[in-house]
Design a protein around this ligand. Structure first.
Ligand SMILES: Cc1ncc(COP(=O)(O)O)c(C=O)c1O
Length: 486
């Protein structure tokens, strides 16, 4: 044992710094959620300056961890701020944050039973609650994994294994009849990435165009399916969005599920963002048909208030959750074939896996699923209200009527000072985020630039929404009066 090691495990220092950290976070929460922290939502810096700053800090050996806690906090993007309206990440529930600390400290991992109790039992309970809320039926099962990207890959690997004529796990995809996935144009890039990771390349993906409402249309799906099948292509699966990342719109799941059943292809729903609507009495109709999916992905770190990353991959038929990875690992489990739910490593890409279930279990045991209903309902209501405010303002164009808490719009004054509207909106967004009053992102709709807001914070009110529109207008008008740019 060295003195340094002994010191690093000193319980008194841990207690003292731990108390200071919790006090710091509680004060931060208090001021940030009420919008009076005085901190910019994003403390903007160039990548070079940021790197310089942290290079200095790592050599700052005199700095105590308490000082470093404050520096990290002050230099981070503030997702608990009601003026954070950016990417789809939840303000973390304080209780889930505490559970994360507990979990990190215990460092139990959820690959095999012995290493993962109690998290392994908790994971099973959570999966059953989620499957029940969706209505996937008694045979449903699944796993938790690290993020929607891995979640989509896990589900599509199962689709391939289930629908291929040969056992892909054993024989690879060399049977000359490569599987093809129908993927909506509006899908998150992780879906296409999953197909490419499988080695299926361009040939493995048919992009399905969306209709004028930016949604999948069963008639288009049918036409594309028929054409491709006529050319001898082996379509094994259709992916749908609930909801789409860019515009937050829900595909017509009922109809698409019926189509997949008729054609005997795998129906995967990427419900990473919008799946939690199943908990909302008011909005669950948006995901009607989700219960007919063969596989579903839902992120807890998007609409369910949890620190990243926690994703549920659910299968309507429990057997499908075991078919993908059928390896033997003599040091972990004895047989490859058993359906031992208590060894999640058999069903996930990950070996050592974060005990992510702990956080969700604490949340559910303290607040129940009512908290999820409240959050989804409050945020989806806010999305609709924001759309009304945008439509009431002159010079603002709403991209589409929002169905979720994702609202896209642009500033379109009569005169743009010689700039294109796309350039004007890009410049406004950059100025707004650099100024630090609000954080929003941007997207493209029919080739044009739009602001994209995800209202992720249940403490965001109309005041912040008015404030954002004012800020955009003032910033936009200052650019309009600038000299024209080339
Ligand atoms: C619909 C959808 N699917 C999947 C993902 C990827 O999820 P993750 O970032 O957890 O990997 C996202 C992320 O924004 C998403 O919006």
């Amino acid at each position: 044992m060295t003195e340094l090691l002994n010191d690093a495990f000193n319980p008194d220092s841990f207690r003292s710094s731990g108390h200071k950290l919790v006090d710091l976070l509680a004060d931060y929460l208090d001021s940030t959620k009420n919008g009076n922290s005085g901190l910019p939502v994003l403390p903007f810096s160039t990548p070079e300056k940021l790197l310089e700053y942290w290079e200095r800090e790592i050599n700052n050996r005199d700095g105590s961890p308490d000082d470093l806690f404050k520096k990290v906090l002050n230099n981070s993007i503030h997702i608990h701020s009601p003026k954070y309206m950016g990417h789809q990440v939840s303000p973390a529930l304080p209780l889930a944050g505490l559970a994360e600390l507990l979990s990190a400290f215990l460092n139990n991992s959820l690959a095999v039973y012995e290493m993962g109790s109690p998290g392994i039992a908790m994971e099973r309970i959570i999966i059953k609650i989620l499957a029940g809320a969706i209505g996937l039926g008694n045979k449903a099962d699944g796993v938790l994994t690290s993020g929607g990207t891995i979640g989509n890959l896990t589900a599509l690997l199962a689709a391939r294994q289930s629908k291929s004529k040969n056992n892909v796990w054993k024989m690879g995809t060399t049977d000359g009849n490569a599987p093809v996935f129908l993927v909506p144009e509006e899908s998150h890039y992780s879906v296409e990435r999953a197909v490419r990771i499988m080695g299926l390349g361009d040939e493995g993906i048919i992009k399905v165009p969306v209709n004028k409402k930016h949604k999948l249309d069963v008639k288009t799906v049918e036409r594309i399916f028929t054409e491709a099948a006529g050319e001898g292509r082996n379509i094994i699966s259709l992916v749908a969005n609930a909801c789409s990342t860019s515009l937050g719109l829900f595909d017509p799941l009922e109809e698409l599920a019926g189509f997949c059943k008729e054609k005997n292809i795998w129906f995967h729903v990427d419900a990473a963002h919008g799946g939690p609507a199943v908990f909302s009495e008011k909005y669950k109709h948006l995901v009607s048909g989700l219960e007919k999916a063969d596989s579903v992905v839902i992120d807890f770190h998007k609409m369910l208030l949890h620190p990243s990353l926690i994703t549920a991959v659910l299968f309507r038929d429990e057997d499908d959750s075991y078919i993908t990875f059928s390896q033997k690992a003599q040091y972990l489990w004895e047989s490859r074939g058993d359906k031992d739910w208590y060894n999640p490593g058999k069903r996930t890409l990950e070996c050592t896996k974060n005990a992510m279930s702990l956080k969700v279990f604490f949340t559910l045991s303290n607040y129940g699923t009512k908290l999820f209903d409240d959050n989804v309902t409050v945020l989806f209501n806010l999305g609709r209200r924001f759309a009304e405010l945008i439509k009431e303002r002159k010079n603002f164009n709403l991209a589409v009527e929002p169905e979720s808490n994702i609202v896209c719009f642009r500033y379109a004054p009569d005169s743009t000072g010689g700039k294109s509207l796309n350039l004007l909106n890009k410049k406004i967004r950059q100025a707004v985020i650099e100024n630090g009053d609000f954080f929003i992102v941007q997207t493209e709709v029919n080739g044009d630039t739009y602001f994209r807001t995800c209202l992720m914070n249940p403490f965001t009110t109309e005041n912040e929404l008015f404030g954002l529109l004012d800020k955009i207008e003032i910033t936009g008008d200052s650019f309009v009066s600038d000299q024209p740019e080339k």
